[in-house]
Ligand binder design. Structure first.
Ligand code: HEM
Length: 416
């Protein structure tokens, strides 16, 4: 492929299965030749260079997040009527700005304290150990379904305070939301669209019930933290509800895929894996590098509030931007070996958790889970390797990145 001839506007499409397998070359071309381009696929100007992405994220006045995650426009009229205002569209802070964002973020901060993360580390270690039981017995596994997905799902439901038995309902909710986003555009049967919407409404109803339970009997969980601040922060029922369901996606899919894609890269070039086996103390730097190299959040939108210029391109007020953290993290003007896991560059803070007022609130939790899981794997399965012939399939998504499976094996377990 002659990159000089690439039509970036057409070739960039996060919903295209071929594109998401290897978006690196297109982004490298874009950063060099066309760092800001309009993409019909995401209906926005795509920002690709590290410094431009960072500058946009640090300027929420000119580049607002308000309503960026609302899917109302993607719903059929029937579903829209059914949903009404029963499902908040703010996506746990992501679609908010200004005073409301500051107030609600202050509320959530209480659930992500260093003390709470340290308490959860005990649970995470125990869970990870239990989830590896079958792998220990069989010597082969799809780590996406057996470890990567379940570990953060258990953790986020515990952090929120959802009973363990209701974890499948939360997972279903994440899938229903993703399906509903595309159902109308893809012409899915109306009854199916309505079923998805009803299940999502059911999940929200359940969260309201749990708020009521916590009002009567608070516990050590996020639901109780929110209820405790209901009066002092003047929280409306809608605001409280808006904080919770988005966390299933934000706190589950992202960690699952960071672990899966990170392991894939570590195991593809075994020198990187062996370096970690030899020096497990480097795990924190390795975590930063896997997040940078192939992070799970491809990009996010911003709405432009005044005429501006980015990388020489004039962008009128009212336009939308799609800032690509993923592309920025591979920028060779920031990193000497952008396409390698290189612990020497781990101190140069990447963009995988964003920047500015929307910087990921769950970053400490994510770092802890990734560190625990990787440490356990290198210690227990030093000879872990990809199954023969395994090639991951990256999944298309508007703004998330991830693989379907991660087939691995280990001969250590046969020796047990
Ligand atoms: C490796 C895992 C994760 C990655 C890569 C990640 C990435 C991000 C990014 C890039 C943003 C900024 C979005 C923007 O600029 O609009 C963000 C925001 C956010 N993340 Fe994460 N995230 C991860 C894990 C988590 C976890 C575990 C939680 C919660 C349990 C979480 C909750 C949130 C929330 C609530 C926001 C919105 C913050 C705000 O708008 O003020 N994330 N995340």
């Amino acid at each position: 492929m002659k990159l000089a001839q690439v039509d970036v506007a057409t070739a960039f499409n996060p919903l295209d299965v071929d594109f998401v397998q290897n978006p690196g070359p297109l982004f490298a071309y874009a950063r060099r030749e066309e760092p800001v381009f309009f993409s019909p696929a995401v209906n926005a100007w795509v920002v690709t260079r590290f410094e431009d992405v960072e500058a946009v994220l640090r300027d929420p006045r000119r580049f607002t997040s308000k309503d960026v995650l609302s899917i109302t426009d993607l719903l059929s009229p029937e579903v829209r009527e059914l949903v009404g205002d029963k499902i908040p569209m703010e996506g746990t802070l992501t679609g908010l700005d200004g005073e409301i964002h500051t107030r609600l973020r202050r509320v959530l901060n209480h659930a992500f304290t260093t003390k709470r993360i340290a308490e959860l580390e005990v649970d995470v270690t125990e869970l990870a150990d239990g989830l590896l039981t079958n792998f220990r017995r069989r010597g082969s596994a799809d780590l996406v379904s057996e470890l990567c997905y379940l570990l953060p799902l258990w953790t986020i439901t515990r952090l929120i305070g959802i009973p363990d038995a209701e974890m499948p309902m939360c997972r279903q909710g994440v899938e229903d939301w993703a399906d509903l986003t595309l159902a109308y555009i893809l012409g899915a049967d109306l009854e199916h669209q309505l079923t998805l919407a009803r299940r999502i409404i059911g999940l929200h109803d359940r969260i309201e019930e749990l708020f009521d339970e916590r009002r009567r009997a608070p516990r050590n969980d996020l639901l109780s933290e929110i209820v405790a601040r209901e009066k002092s922060e003047n929280l409306t029922a809608h605001e409280m509800l808006s904080l919770v369901p988005g966390l299933f996606l934000a706190g589950h899919e992202t960690i699952a895929q960071s672990l899966a894609m990170g392991l894939y890269h570590l195991l593809t070039d075994r020198r990187r894996w062996w370096a970690l086996v030899d020096n497990p103390d480097s795990v924190e730097d390795v975590v930063e590098e896997i997040l940078r190299l192939d992070g799970p959040v491809f990009g996010m939108w911003r709405n432009v509030t005044e005429d501006c210029t980015i990388a020489g391109v004039a962008i009128p007020s009212g336009s939308r931007l799609y800032v690509s953290y993923w592309s920025g993290n591979l920028d060779s003007s920031r990193y000497e070996s952008p396409e390698q896991i290189d612990v020497e560059q781990a101190s140069r803070l990447h963009l995988a958790f964003g920047r500015g007022i929307h910087y990921c609130i769950g970053a400490p939790l994510a770092r802890m889970e990734l560190r625990v899981a990787l440490t356990m794997l290198v210690r227990e399965f030093p000879d872990l390797r990809l199954a023969d012939g395994f090639v991951p399939t990256y999944r298309p998504h508007f703004f998330l990145r991830g693989v379907d499976s991660l087939e691995v094996d280990s001969i250590t377990v046969f020796a047990i």
